[in-house]
Design a protein around this ligand. Structure first.
Ligand code: GLN
Ligand code: ZN
Length: 784
């Protein structure tokens, strides 16, 4: 993207920024270095050197591609929010820090617990292990990235305990790059923090926190930094007046205390909405807006004070689609003509952290699909091209514009994306397809007669331990070292063993164990049309855990049944009911990169129709119980309350579409790894599953309050076994939990099951735990 030397003197060029880039390395270098350090194979210096190398490569790459506003401090060994906690010395007492620069061992103890392996991912989302003092982890806004939740106390003191932003600024400077350091903003930091102290709002600590930020900014200024990017994504949330005041105070204080540094205040993941006037009035030098999620904000730009630099977030930092550059130019040219080139920067909507690094590393992707995609490197090229074209030189990027036009044109009409049959089916969805034939009470009666289960029936959520042996066989099969037939026999034997064992311990409703599944979303994506998978397109989920989300690029259809054979095989081994297992449409959607050319709701309905077909085939094959997991339904909730209803309406609609086509006697189960139901309980009820299993053991059944107040009418299995912990629960613990459940729900409603699937556990833990669970059910039956 070299702009011609002659034009650069006549055209004042446009600033191009990235806000942040992926730090994991194109070949997952960071993960390898971390794991090798944690295992003791390499020392601290080796890890530090890897960090230095990754940062240098990142800066060089951006510089070469034409980025003029290069970030620093966007790197992290684990998480940028954890970095911020450490920077301000917010280190809970249990980590034994006594002052001075925080050592890496303390940092990683906060991240993972002192014994390591603190994080468990039975649910593809994250929990932390028992008795291990890792900080809590939760989703970063509505992304699938997880941050370490800052933990603050009422008497919290802050102090500069890590000079990372300053050191990384200097590191870049020594390499010849004038960077714009990035900090997580103080208000967002406090909004994301939690406290064990009752009735205390972390925001009240603002006055104590600000001096540390001011110290960092002064040091950066003293070393030559001109701009600092401060991220306040909390500005796209529903904020109360207290939070808005906190923002006003923060930026007024900073402006007063460090007048010689310019702040680029970055907002992303949505529009400013009702916070707009607050944000526009803050005394900062620049404001970044997410114009991908909230393109309507482009109309507001005129009301921004004339001295503000505006960073236009026009390239999608959250998704992997190639931009339509000509269309972007048509939108942006009049804006820039009005605002003036000096006031404008071109940027991605948010940090590029959330997209994979380089499309060039994909060698197996379908060529058409590949031509529609852009990862971080390609997005930076797009930004630079926009910068050059908007500076007045479309000619210099003609080839790129042409390629972008061609990709946009082929995407619009490609038969790989557009399937008339799917469109037609979607149009044909009617109300009858979203409604079971009879109300729950009538279905329940027929189902009771059919299955004749004891009171408090016992079951599990689906998966059994994914042992090293299974992973080895899967890898061998993928490499071609194990034949299809050999692999199938291997999986059949695993399944057979699991079924026999379930019979032996006396479970009432069995599962096949999901040994054939690599992942609950990928397994289905690989069998549906419309999905693509990558070799190297990793994105950080948290710390050293990276994922390769499926790419949903086209209309979804199901060429053939996906699970029927495995269900049939498992059922053939037993006379007990064998529950069939499916992943629900909302979960498949929420854990994928989703096409941006149709609404998410429409893509989801397409998946729902495919799952509906699968449900129908399972029923026809004789399956009496079919579980459709919606593990990720809650995490898809929009950031702003006002948008919840629309989302929940279509999410529930999709579940009903996939589950309503069955006869009364077929029992539909669903499972949610979630716990907080209070604010979505109406939607859960509206799904009208015959049986729902949820996570409750760690909260001691308190979560059932929502189901009680709402009078949840259908059946429910509150988890009695915390599968995130290796601990084997005693019989008495589980009966006690069920007694709590009985206070809230009727005996006829209750099932007994673990919190979630058991794939991350070991058989040594699972065997005694489930035997105890069956014993607990027997005790309860005596009581009933
Ligand atoms: N059936 C899946 C399993 O048991 C459900 C996992 C989940 O909800 N995350 O693994
Ligand atoms: Zn779960």
């Amino acid at each position: 993207m070299s702009s011609t030397t002659t034009s650069s003197t006549t055209l004042s060029s446009l600033a191009v920024a990235t806000l942040g880039t992926p730090r994991i390395g194109p070949r997952r270098e960071l993960k390898l270095a971390l794991e090798s350090f944690w295992s003791g194979a390499t020392n601290e210096q080796a890890l530090i050197d890897t960090g230095i190398g990754l940062r240098a490569a990142n800066w060089a790459r951006q510089n070469k591609l034409g980025v003029t506003v290069i970030p620093s401090n966007d790197f992290s060994f684990y998480d940028q929010v954890l970095d911020t906690s450490v920077m301000v010395g917010a280190i809970p007492a249990i980590y034994g820090w006594t002052g001075g620069t925080v050592p890496l061992s303390t940092y990683f103890a906060m991240a993972r617990g002192a014994e390591g392996h603190a994080h468990d991912q039975a649910c593809n989302h994250v929990h932390h292990g028992h008795g291990v003092p890792a900080q809590e982890m939760t989703k970063w806004f509505d992304t699938n990235y997880h941050y370490m939740v800052p933990e603050l106390t009422r008497d919290q003191r802050f102090t500069l305990a890590s000079r990372k932003p300053i050191e990384e600024y200097e590191e870049a400077k020594a390499l010849g790059y004038q960077t714009r350091p990035v900090l997580v903003g103080p208000v967002t930091f406090l909004k994301l923090a939690k406290s064990k102290d009752a009735g205390f709002d972390p925001l009240s600590l603002l006055d104590r926190l600000l001096p540390v930020y001011i110290e960092v900014l002064r040091e950066l200024a003293a070393r030559g930094a001109e701009w600092v990017q401060i991220d306040e994504p909390c500005l796209v949330l529903d904020l109360d007046e207290a939070a808005r005041n906190a923002l006003r105070r923060t930026y007024a204080d900073i402006a007063r205390a460090v007048p010689d540094i310019k702040i680029m205040l970055a907002t992303y993941f949505g529009g400013l909405g009702a916070n707009r006037d607050t944000a526009f009035a803050l005394p900062v030098a620049g404001l970044h807006l997410d114009l991908v999620r909230a393109p309507e904000q482009i109309r507001d730009l005129a009301s921004l004070p004339r001295d503000r630099v505006i960073s236009l977030g026009v390239i999608d930092g959250r998704n992997i689609w190639r931009a339509d550059l000509s269309r972007a130019l048509d939108t942006l040219e009049p804006v820039i003509a009005k605002l003036g080139k000096d006031r404008v920067q071109i940027a991605p909507s948010c940090s590029l952290l959330h997209v994979p690094i380089d499309l060039a590393l994909e060698t197996q992707l379908d060529a058409d699909v590949k031509s529609w995609l852009a990862f971080s490197v390609q997005k930076i090229e797009e930004l630079a091209a926009l910068g050059t074209a908007l500076a007045g030189d479309r000619g210099a990027v003609a080839a790129l514009l042409q390629a972008s036009n061609a990709a946009a044109a082929s995407r619009k009409i490609s038969p790989k994306i557009h399937n008339a049959g799917v469109t037609q089916r979607l149009a044909g969805i009617d109300d009858a397809m979203r409604r079971r034939a009879s109300p729950f009470e009538e279905r329940a009666e027929v189902q009771r007669a059919r299955f004749n289960l004891p009171a408090f029936p016992t079951t599990t959520i689906g998966s059994f331990p994914q042992t090293p042996e299974i992973r080895k066989a899967r890898a061998a099969h993928a490499k071609g070292a194990l034949s299809d037939a050999g692999y199938k026999i291997f999986l059949q034997n695993q399944t057979k063993r699991a079924v026999r064992w379930q019979e032996t311990i006396g479970l009432d409703v069995l599962v096949h164990g999901e040994f054939e599944r690599n992942d609950m979303v990928q397994y289905f994506g690989e069998q549906l049309s419309g999905f693509a998978f990558t070799e190297n397109a990793w994105v950080q989920s948290y710390g050293s855990r990276y994922v390769r989300p499926p790419i949903l690029f086209g209309d979804v259809s199901r060429p053939r049944p996906m699970t029927v054979e495995w269900w049939q095989y498992a059922q053939s081994l037993t006379s007990k009911p064998m529950k069939a297992m499916l992943t629900g449409p909302v979960t498949i959607l929420n854990w994928s990169f989703v096409r941006d050319d149709i609404p998410r709701s429409q893509a989801c309905r397409q998946i729902a129709l495919s799952i509906r077909d699968e449900v129908g085939d399972l029923e026809a094959a004789g399956a009496g119980m079919i579980q459709i997991d919606e593990a990720a339904l809650r995490e898809g909730l929009p950031l702003r309350r006002a948008e919840w209803k629309t989302y929940l309406d279509w999410a529930v609609d999709c579940f009903r579409i996939c589950s309503s086509g069955v006869r009364d006697e077929t029992q539909i189960h669903t499972h949610m790894c979630y716990s907080e139901f209070n604010d979505i309980i109406d939607a859960i009820g509206a799904m009208d599953a015959d049986v729902i299993s949820i996570e409750t053991s760690r909260s001691k059944m308190e979560l059932l309050d929502a189901f009680q107040t709402y009078r949840y009418p259908n059946e429910i299995g509150p988890g009695v076994y915390d599968i995130h912990s290796p601990r084997v629960p005693e019989v008495a613990e589980m009966t006690e939990l069920m007694k709590l459940a009985r206070l809230r729900l009727s005996d006829a409603q209750l099932w007994i099951n673990p919190d979630c699937g058991l794939k991350t556990r070991k058989w040594e833990e699972v065997r005694p735990a489930l035997a105890n669970m069956v014993a607990a059910a027997r005790e309860l039956r005596e009581l009933a």
